[in-house]
Write a protein that binds this ligand. Structure first.
Ligand SMILES: [Mg+2]
Length: 339
């Protein structure tokens, strides 16, 4: 117990230190400072502090007074007709399934629950996402998966300006499916100059050098920046990966020009999930299940659903979840130890 308490205090001290650093960066007009630090390896406390620093760029929502602790999703199954599930930190950690999660999904499905995966993973097209979950032991169909990539695709398709979009993505991102005129941003400054707009889809191939090229290009000639994954970080087997939201907020800090975000916690992707659920399920019978307060829980509450924070596998695994909930005011309806 003493060790656990000590660990909690240690994590909280690191959180406060990271938050003070973020505050001082902002206080000193630190666009430049954020440029340099945005691509540092982040720990969970620093990521939470960064989420707190960009809170006014996220939607508003109403929350319950207190969260109820439960062991897992089986404990709340009777309360809900549909479970909308985050991927990273709820179903998988990196490329591995969370132990027990495939069996839990099968049990919920057998009990007649509707299941929707709502992920901010946008790097790969839908077929690859379906195959990934199949490979992890889940049986989700394409009709049961909504990704932030879908919300970005909808926004791009709705535009009639036929811009040449420069994508932060990977060679396997199938960017041609998203825009008829698309180029992959790499290390050649000419591509950043040629692009008429930018779409940040994946952090997997991004680098400080590419971020610097993009910032210089935007300073030279402002252009729209669309973000296909608002996450700052994502849990992987060996730590946290840096995601497009982190890079986008650094650009926003440095240029003063807002980016347009597609994915949790923003309404665009919740609207797509709601359309998949159909009109017959009452909002209070839908549970948004996630590991991150500022994306899953905030977004689920803003959508009018109830929320379940899964604590043990994702961003808050080594942090004091109760303290973070108190500090942020982002209170889930339930805190489940595992999926
Ligand atoms: Mg997650």
């Amino acid at each position: 117990m003493a060790a656990a308490g000590f660990k909690g205090r240690d994590a909280r001290a690191r959180l406060l230190t990271a938050r003070r650093r973020a505050d001082s960066r902002r206080a000193t007009g630190g666009g430049q400072a954020m440029d340099a630090t945005a691509l540092e390896r982040m720990d969970p406390a620093a990521a939470c502090a960064r989420y707190a620093a960009i809170r006014d760029r996220l939607p508003a929502a109403h929350f319950p007074d207190a969260a109820k602790r439960v062991a897992d999703l089986a404990a709340v199954a009777d309360l809900f007709d549909a479970f909308v599930l985050d991927g990273f930190g709820v179903l998988n950690i990196g490329e591995a399934a969370i132990p027990g999660a495939p069996a839990r999904m099968a049990a919920l499905r057998a009990a007649g629950k509707r299941l929707i995966v709502l992920t901010n993973g946008a790097t790969r097209p839908m077929a690859a996402t379906v195959a990934k979950y199949r490979g992890l032991g889940f049986d989700f169909t394409a009709a049961e998966i909504v990704s932030s990539r879908d919300a970005l695709a909808q926004a791009l398709a709705a535009r009639d300006d036929a811009l040449l979009w420069g994508f932060a993505a990977t060679a396997r991102s199938a960017i041609g499916e998203l825009a008829p005129r698309a180029l992959l941003l790499g290390d050649d400054p000419a591509a950043y100059d040629a692009a008429e707009g930018f779409a940040l889809l994946s952090g997997d191939a991004w680098s400080p050098a590419r971020q610097a090229l993009l910032l210089a290009a935007l300073r030279a000639r402002p252009r729209p920046v669309l973000v296909g994954n608002p996450d700052l970080v994502a849990p992987r087997e060996d730590g946290l990966s840096l995601e497009p939201g982190l890079h986008a907020h650094a650009l926003w800090d440095a240029t003063g020009a807002p980016c347009a975000f597609y994915g949790k916690p923003f309404a665009n992707v919740f609207d797509l999930a709601r359309a998949k659920l159909g009109p017959d399920i009452a909002p209070q019978r839908v549970a948004m299940v996630g590991d991150t307060l500022h994306t899953d829980i905030l977004g689920g509450a803003a959508a009018g659903w109830r929320t379940v924070l899964v604590r043990a596998h994702g961003l808050l695994r080594d942090l004091d979840a109760d303290a973070l909930i108190r500090e942020t005011g982002i209170t889930p309806d339930f805190i489940a130890e595992t999926t």
